[in-house]
Every structure is written in C-alpha cells, then in structure tokens.
Design a protein around this ligand. Structure first.
Ligand code: HEC
Ligand code: HEC
Length: 459
C-alpha cells in the first residue's frame, strides 16, 4: 500500500481546523431544514450568487473524539454490528458499501439493499447548504446539500438519517438510539459535552449525536494530505504520467474534467481544489440492473425529484420558464478526493473500475450502444426527462461521429492523476502506475421479484 491509512483518522489540531472552517463559513442557513429561503436568497443575487454555507458545528477535539466513537460504534444498529464506518471506510475513500458487491449499500439486516452507492463522507464540511442559482449558461441550477439528492442541509442533520433508515442501521426510534448511547462507554463524555441531564430529552440528545459526528467529520476527514496537496504546496513533483493526466483533466478542449470538478493547483492552497462544484447534473449513467428496486422496469431514481426526497420548492425569482421537471434525474457531483480508493462510482454504483468511468466520459456520445445496449438510448431515465441529460459542456458535447475522446494511454494517465487525490500520502512512497484491469461485466439482474417497500422519505 503506497498510502498510510491510519493517518486519516488523526483529529487535526482544533485551531487549524477552525481556520479552514472560517474560509467556508459565511453565515446563512443556520441549520434550518427549510432550504427554500436559502434558495431565494442566492437566486436573487443573479448569475454570480455565492452559495450559502450552513452555520458549522465548531471543531473541538473532545467533541470530535466523541463523534469518532459514535461513528465507529457497531452497537448503534439493529441487529447490532453495522456502524457508520461500515459504509464509509477510511481504506475505501470513506465510502464502501458494507460488503455489498452490486454497487449499492448493504444495511444491518441481512439482504437489505438500498438503491444508492455510499458516497464519500470526506470533505463534506465544504459543501454549502442546498440552493438554486443561475449558472453561467443563464439556466437555473441546483447546488449544495448532503446526500446524492441534497436533502440534508447540514452534516449534523445528515447524520441523523442512517440510524433510523430501515435499509441502513434500522433502529426503531430515536429513543432506541439514545438509549444505546446512554449505555455506551462514551456516555460520560456525551454528558460532559451536552449537559448532565442530556439523556432525559430524547429529541435534543438525538440532535446532539449529529453535532458530535459533524465535529468529527470536520476535524478528521478533510486533512488535505494527498500527493496532489503536497504538489500544490510545492513539496513534491508529479511523475510524467500524473502530470500528463492532470493536464488532460484540466484541458477545456479535451477531457475538461476540471470544468465541473473544480480545482486550482496554482494558488498554493489545497482548499482551492475541492474537485467538485457540488452542482447537480444528469450525466446519463447507465442503469444498474442489479439493484433490487430496478427489477421493476417502471422504477427510476430521479435524484432531485425523488423518491428518496420530496422535490425541492423552486424560489419565486428563479429563471423564468424553469420547472421542477428540469431537475429530474439530476444528482450531486461528488468530490474526487479519495476517489481512487472507492469500490464503486456514481449514484447507482454502476461502475466498479475507475478506468471504466473515464472510458464512459470518453465514449458516451460516440459509442452509446456500448453503454446502453443496442438502442443506444440512455436507459436510466424515463423518456420525458431525457432532455435533462447534459449535452452542452465538454466532454458531453462531443459529436457522435468524432470517435473516442481519449486513447487508452491517456485514460491511464487521468487515472494515475486521480490516484494522487488520495489522502495519507507519504513522501517517497511509490506512485500508483499499474493501470487497473478492465472491469468485469456488471452482474446480471436478479430474478424478478416484488420490489421492496420504498425507501422512507427524508432520511
Ligand atoms: C448501510 C450503509 C450506510 C451506513 C451504515 C451509513 N451510511 Fe452514510 N450513506 C450511505 C448511502 C447509501 C448514502 C447515500 C444516500 C442517498 O444519497 O440517498 C450515504 C450518504 C452519506 C453522507 C452524504 C455524502 C454526500 O455526498 O452528500 C454522509 C455525510 C454520510 N452518509 C455519513 C454517515 C454517517 C455519519 C453514518 C452513521 C450515522 C452513516 N453515514 C451510515 C450508506 C451508509
Ligand atoms: C458536466 C460536469 C462534469 C464533467 C465535465 C465531469 N464530471 Fe465527473 N461527475 C459529474 C457528476 C454530476 C457526477 C455524479 C453523477 C452521478 O452519480 O449521477 C460525476 C461523477 C464522477 C466520478 C464518480 C465519483 C464517485 O464518487 O462516485 C468520477 C470518478 C468522475 N466524475 C470523474 C470525472 C472525470 C475523469 C472527468 C473528465 C473526463 C469528469 N468527471 C468530468 C459531473 C461532471
């Protein structure tokens, strides 16, 4: 292993974490679950609207330590055994699906599979609260929020979801979770942080669990300790492969990855490269037929339009002519930090190989039959929403007849560059040069069976 994983768990000095925090925190959201107010505020500012940051949980080492213990506590599921870390593993880019190999997460109950790939929970402290704004192209766009569909405004609120989600940690009630915390080895620390009588008020105690987890995520899971960060700080040089990969990644006339996965290696400041704009797109990811709910051909995960959330309310002053239908099938762009460690990619976990992801960007338009079958028509969106699929920004604007965008050596170079985004870089360690072998075929769909009950809303 070229990278030293245990480093990732170090809770950084609270003072420096607080400095980073200030860069991103400019007031606003205040933890409110009502995202429409924020949306109106930023949409009214016109094309240059700055996303609103949520009021962040302050980082203190003791609070972060408490959060880390909760994050790793396997008692907090039903049946016991599944902690947050099961699906957000440091050795898997803070993602991973708890041993599921079909691309979506396995919950604590045997065989309970959700419909989405666990995203990384690293660098989440930099994501603004959910809002709408006007994009460079003059069209309305959505930005921010946690989960693939942005339904949680703050990390503290997000962390309240998994405990009660039947397909994740499956606890019957907030009370059940709070009772387990009150009996945990760290109960005294919890009382010390939130008051001697904290366990007497279930709702408040439950909310504070989220506060502790957010403090941990901010303190320990955004260390900016990758080779890329060392290169930005000027302490290490890229190999020729990595340098070529970065040049392609940033070339607006070629891969144009950085047109969306924003970065700036020239400022000397790693936090200027978060590798996501946290905006929403439909990119035409192929349907993952191994997901149990997808056994029903009429079922579609529409991201911002549900079914895991109620569709957001559009602010009154949004670009005229915009309707919620314009957002159906759109998912949040994740950060690419730590991406090379993740076992699966994209909201539905369709890809399990990074080279294959880059090949998709290279040939989505020029060889659609390879991705969608003989019809060549994107197969994971109902026909009426297909026009939402991105087709104007490079590389998604490539002419059908233009041939692949990237050669295989170029794809390997981009993948070598993506490997530099993994935290825990140890200077002098060997670069990752071996290209990953081609992906095995996506597993066939399971036999048709009744769809499991729909995932509950707003978890
Ligand atoms: C059984 C697997 C599983 C467990 C356990 C789990 N998660 Fe997740 N996590 C997921 C999945 C799947 C998603 C995406 C869900 C969605 O978008 O609807 C997710 C999303 C997230 C996100 C949002 C990331 C983003 O890009 O917006 C964060 C943060 C997170 N989880 C933290 C946690 C915390 C904290 C816990 C424990 C309280 C936890 N997770 C437990 C599977 C899991
Ligand atoms: C138009 C904006 C846009 C461009 C350009 C773009 N991406 Fe993405 N990228 C996205 C979005 C949106 C997603 C999430 C899509 C989903 O899951 O539905 C994503 C997801 C990914 C993922 C999966 C991350 C994960 O955690 O699952 C990888 C890897 C990736 N992009 C790499 C690239 C590379 C390499 C390029 C250049 C060849 C590129 N992207 C260009 C918007 C973009």
């Amino acid at each position: 292993m070229a990278y030293n994983r245990p480093l990732l768990w170090t809770i950084v000095n609270a003072a420096s974490a607080a400095t980073l925090l200030l860069l991103g925190a400019c007031g606003g959201g205040g933890g409110s679950a009502d995202s429409t107010a924020d949306g109106a505020a930023s949409a009214s500012a016109g094309g240059t609207a700055t996303p609103v940051m949520a009021a962040a949980v302050p980082v203190r080492n003791d609070l972060a330590n408490l959060g880390q213990q909760i994050f790793g506590d396997t008692n907090l599921s039903e049946p016991r055994g599944t902690a947050c870390v099961a699906c957000h593993q440091p050795g898997q880019g803070f993602a991973g699906n708890h041993g599921s190999t079909i691309g979506v997460a396995l919950g604590s109950k045997a065989g309970s599979l959700g419909m989405r790939n666990a995203p990384t929970n690293s660098y989440q402290g930099f994501i603004p609260t959910f809002s709408f704004r006007t994009g460079d192209d003059g069209k309305a766009e959505a930005i921010g929020g946690h989960f693939w569909d942005g339904r949680a405004d703050t990390l503290a609120l997000q962390a309240q979801g998994p405990f009660l989600n039947p397909l994740e940690m499956n606890n019957p009630s907030k009370q059940a979770v709070v009772d387990k915390i009150a009996a945990a080895p760290y109960a005294a620390l919890f009382r010390q942080q939130f008051g001697a009588n904290i366990f007497a008020d279930t709702d408040t105690a439950y909310a504070q669990i989220g506060v502790a987890i957010e403090a941990f995520e901010r303190a320990a899971l955004q260390p900016f300790s990758s080779k890329y960060d060392a290169m930005v700080r000027g302490t290490v040089k890229f190999t020729p492969n990595e340098a070529r990969g970065m040049a392609l990644f940033m070339d607006p006339n070629r891969a144009n990855c950085s047109g969306c996965h924003l970065m700036d290696p020239t400022t000397g400041k790693p936090e200027d490269s978060l590798f996501s704009e946290f905006t929403y797109y439909a990119t035409g990811i192929p349907r993952n037929t191994a997901i149990p709910v997808n056994a029903d051909p009429t079922f579609f995960d529409l991201g911002l339009c549900g079914p895991a959330r109620t569709a957001p309310t559009l602010p009154a002053n949004i670009v005229p002519g915009t309707t919620i239908d314009n957002f159906c099938g759109k998912f949040k762009m994740p950060t690419l930090r730590n991406v090379a460690e993740r076992p699966n990619f994209m909201h539905n976990g369709f890809f399990n190989n990074l080279n294959e992801v880059v090949r998709f960007y290279s040939t989505r338009n020029t060889n659609p039959q390879h991705w969608y079958g003989p019809s060549g028509v994107p197969n994971d969106l109902p026909a009426k929403y297909r026009s939402n699929i991105e087709s104007t920004e490079a590389p998604f604007n490539r002419a059908a007849t233009a041939g692949p965008l990237l050669s295989e050596p170029e794809i390997n170079d981009i993948v070598a560059f993506l490997h530099t985004l993994s935290d825990g870089f140890v200077p002098g360690s060997a670069p990752v040069v071996t290209p990953t072998p081609p992906a095995p075929p996506v597993p066939p769909a399971p036999p048709v069976r009744p769809a499991p009950p729909p995932r509950p809303l707003n978890q």
